[in-house]
Design a protein around this ligand. Structure first.
Ligand code: NAP
Length: 338
């Protein structure tokens, strides 16, 4: 039975949720998938490079009891000490460069490990390079969690919908803004509403990524690059966030049955794609209506399918957002090694 040495770089909301999932699914992975695993490396800037090729005690790690740091000085040395088979890259997203996550993934693939990430910056700024490198090394670079974490998007098209061409996407891919708008409709001011979203573990390390529409723009870039074959960058997206929305306008729109949402849309044109993120009112009957709080939704039009909607319900619970994202990471692990 194959056993895999796993390394996690970035041990925040998603990294910790992934370890909880691995613990929960250990028996199922062994009995149904013939897969065993041990966590041999964990690292963050504050924790340092922790590695033990015999396996770390995951329960102690989750409780915040950290073993001594290793002698590793960089990612390459850490992966080597941990004898890594898989790197989970779960560090904070840098919207403008995708770094240092891109370097982490490049190093892992060159070392000979699969690389799995929830970090959108890596797909937006280096998809072609990392995908090519992974193929060259016979490894996988997988990133399902980067867009609408928990809902299948990339694997859906790659595995279930072959030979279909995406013509457009319109969706609510940013759960933080859904929560903020809903809480402002209920009477909170902007910063109180942001705090609620932060307490749910769904806000980016730098909240401006969410509230100014960068996160939604990055997701459009990832969809355009991977599913439409048109690489675009955040600067190519017309972008307006939710920071300046006025609570009274939001409440009036909700009362009139046309609530505001932060809508991300992408349309194939003769010259490429047109990409936009902006608050829009959603009428009843629109495929985007009916999404509440931290839930997410994406509606695709393809040359074969006139309308395909993927929706993920996420309850208002402090672990639900990271949990669903970490499930995508776990599923990518199984896709990579099976
Ligand atoms: N939370 C969600 O629901 C969600 C959903 C979809 C995608 N994502 C993506 O998943 C990733 C992780 O999100 P999260 O919510 O877990 O973030 P988080 O709670 O803020 O944790 C980020 C982790 O990364 C570490 N880190 C940041 N920069 C680093 C660096 N340069 N080198 C090493 N470690 C670094 C941080 O620790 P130190 O500060 O000690 O370095 C921390 O452990 C992000 O890219 C995010 O965009 C999150």
């Amino acid at each position: 039975m194959p056993s895999y040495n796993l390394c996690i770089l970035g041990f925040g909301n998603v990294g910790q949720a992934l370890v909880r999932h691995l613990q929960l699914k250990t028996t199922e992975l062994r009995e149904q998938y013939d897969i065993t695993w041990r966590l041999t490396g964990v690292a963050t800037r504050r924790m340092g490079w922790i590695a033990d090729s015999d396996g770390l005690d995951t329960t102690s790690l989750l409780a915040g009891q950290l073993p001594p740091v290793s002698s590793a000085l960089n990612v390459r040395e850490w992966l080597s000490l941990a004898q890594a088979d898989v790197l989970f890259e779960l560090t904070s997203t840098d919207a403008s460069t995708g770094q240092p996550a891109i370097d982490h993934i490049r190093t892992a693939l060159e070392y000979g490990a699969h690389a799995i990430t929830a970090n959108k910056g890596t797909v937006v700024h280096a998809y072609e390079e990392l995908n090519h490198l992974a193929r060259e090394r016979g490894k996988r670079f997988l990133f399902e969690a980067t867009v609408m974490g928990g809902a299948p998007v990339f694997s859906l098209f790659q595995e279930a919908l072959p030979a279909t061409k995406v013509l457009s996407f319109r969706g609510l891919p940013n759960s933080t803004c859904n929560v903020i708008i809903e809480r402002m409709e209920q009477g909170k001011n902007f910063s109180e509403a942001l705090q609620v979203a932060q307490s749910l573990g769904i806000v980016e390390t730098d909240p401006t990524l969410d509230v100014d529409g960068w996160d939604a723009a990055l997701k459009l870039c990832a969809i355009s690059t991977v599913l439409m074959g048109v690489p675009i960058r955040p600067a190519d997206v017309q972008r307006q966030g939710v920071r300046d929305l006025d609570p009274e306008t939001l409440r009036a729109a909700r009362a009139a049955g046309k609530p505001f949402k932060l809508v991300a849309s992408l349309e194939r044109t003769a010259n490429g794609v047109q990409a936009r993120v902006q608050p829009e009112q959603i009428a009843a009957g629109d495929p985007l209506s009916g999404v509440n709080s931290g839930s997410m939704l994406g509606h695709f039009v393809t040359d074969m399918l006139p309308g395909l909607t993927v929706a993920l319900h996420v309850p208002d619970d402090p672990t639900a957002g990271p949990d669903v994202t970490a499930y995508d990471v776990l599923a990518d692990f199984l896709r990579a090694v099976r």
